[in-house]
Design a protein around this ligand. Structure first.
Ligand SMILES: NC(=O)c1ccc[n+]([C@@H]2O[C@H](COP(=O)([O-])OP(=O)(O)OC[C@H]3O[C@@H](n4cnc5c(N)ncnc54)[C@H](OP(=O)(O)O)[C@@H]3O)[C@@H](O)[C@H]2O)c1
Length: 392
């Protein structure tokens, strides 16, 4: 296959295709488990054995599993938590790594999350879901993720699947803090994962923009802009002034420290997680839910959501943009479904290669900014007129 890559990039890509150790040796297209059959016993037995091949459904895969989730108090994390518990009700437990914040304990914070409207449907369908959520105090920027010895032991003994959603998503985060959370904490979680006795899948949530400096982005991990280890070492001796001075040079043709550190994190996951069964999901711009748990759920003003509200309220009346540019918005429930399904796929098939999923609309199902404008205005006019501050 023609990749368009040259030199060291081509070599990195090739190595990825050849695969790394520690995983199963065969990759198949569907998640199937073949019940034992005898070789060389003729076609009829082959047919009989084929009929015994059984799909392991996603809920079946999660049945009895212990899942560890970071970022459960964030936008994506809480939707993932809800969907997992609702659609896979036989999951054994979900360890959520949450820090103390604003005088609230991790338990209180989780209680607040699951008391929200997002969890109404789950409360209706499966009122006992609370018992499955185990809040674990963890500040990801601290050494060993600030886990107590007891919690660490439990996690190491029982975790089967990890979803790493936590990150700083602030575009203007200073480089030191962005590296600390997005790169170093990710590495620490991988090191912890390596000690886990029953880990099946490490699912890392990245962003479709990690390589936005490229014209074409395949579902592979590309070489990083800098060796993360060297950057981490340098940040140790540099003062903040110096770090801020060199940040524009370091991030180069990437627009901000968020994107830059997410690219580094992917490389860390690929390299340090070489012996784990790793998958990466790369969403583009995550927006309100399409269908689940109900249409239109969102709880933040980040990114375009803030623009839509401002436009609907009549505050935002003009915006400089190209009507033909892709607004690569993807509903949060699609991202969550992709992540849960991707972990299932890797868990069942044990693919030889790291699996990467670009979770975007791209040119397959494009939604352009021009359409965004007309859609947002139409919806607000139809449904929310009385709630706007002034006529649009
Ligand atoms: N939203 C998007 O449009 C989008 C697009 C592409 C990719 N992504 C990726 O999706 C993932 C989730 O993003 P999001 O939009 O859900 O972000 P978010 O709403 O800002 O949530 C971030 C989560 O990370 C946690 N976190 C931050 N610092 C922490 C720390 N020091 N220790 C422990 N937890 C910490 C936050 O916990 P606190 O509540 O304690 O702060 C929160 O739960 C990220 O990896 C992001 O890169 C998001």
């Amino acid at each position: 296959m023609e990749t368009g890559l040259k030199g060291w990039e081509a070599e990195a890509w090739r190595r990825q295709q050849v695969g790394s150790g520690g995983r199963g040796s065969e990759e198949s297209a569907t998640a199937v488990v073949a019940e034992p059959s005898l070789d060389g016993q003729g076609k009829s037995e082959a047919r009989a054995s084929a009929s015994r091949i059984r799909m392991v459904s996603i809920p079946e895969y999660y049945e009895g599993k212990n899942v560890l989730l970071t970022g459960a108090t964030g936008f994506l994390g809480k939707v993932l938590l809800e969907k997992l518990l609702r659609s896979c009700p036989k999951v054994n437990s979900v360890y959520v790594l949450v820090r103390q914040k604003a005088g609230q304990t991790p338990q209180e914070r989780v209680e607040e999350v699951i008391s929200g409207k997002l969890f109404d449907r789950l409360r209706d369908e499966n009122p006992d879901f609370r018992e499955k959520i185990i809040a674990i105090n963890s500040e990801l920027t601290q050494p060993t993720l600030a886990l107590s010895e007891e919690d660490k032991e439990v996690i190491i003994d029982s975790t089967n699947i990890i979803f790493h959603c936590a990150a700083t998503v602030r575009f203007n985060e200073n480089l030191r803090d962005a590296v600390q959370l997005n790169v170093i904490a990710t590495r620490q979680l991988i090191l912890l994962a390596q000690q886990m006795k029953n880990l099946e899948v490490f699912m890392h949530v990245s962003t479709a923009y990690a390589y936005c400096n490229r014209k074409h982005i395949d579902e592979v991990v590309y070489p990083p802009p800098v060796d993360p280890k060297k950057l981490i070492d340098s940040l140790e001796w540099m003062d903040d002034g110096l770090v801020n001075d060199i940040t524009p040079k370091l991030i180069g043709d990437r627009p901000n420290t968020y994107i830059y550190t997410k690219a580094l994190a992917e490389y860390v996951v690929q390299q340090e997680g070489a012996k784990l069964n790793v998958a990466i999901v790369r969403p583009s711009i995550v927006g309100a839910s399409w269908k689940e748990p109900f249409p239109g759920w969102i709880d933040n003003f980040n990114g375009p959501s803030g623009l839509f509200i401002a436009a609907g309220k009549g505050i935002l009346r003009t915006m400089r943009a190209s009507n033909n540019a892709l607004a690569d918005l993807v509903p949060v429930d699609i991202v969550v479904n992709t992540s849960l399904a991707a972990a299932w796929y890797s868990g069942v098939n044990r693919p030889r290669n790291i699996m990467v999923y670009n979770c975007t609309t791209g040119s397959t199902n494009p939604f352009h900014w021009g359409e965004v404008v007309s859609t947002v205005i139409r919806i607000w006019k139809e449904e929310q007129k009385e709630r706007s501050y002034r006529e649009r």
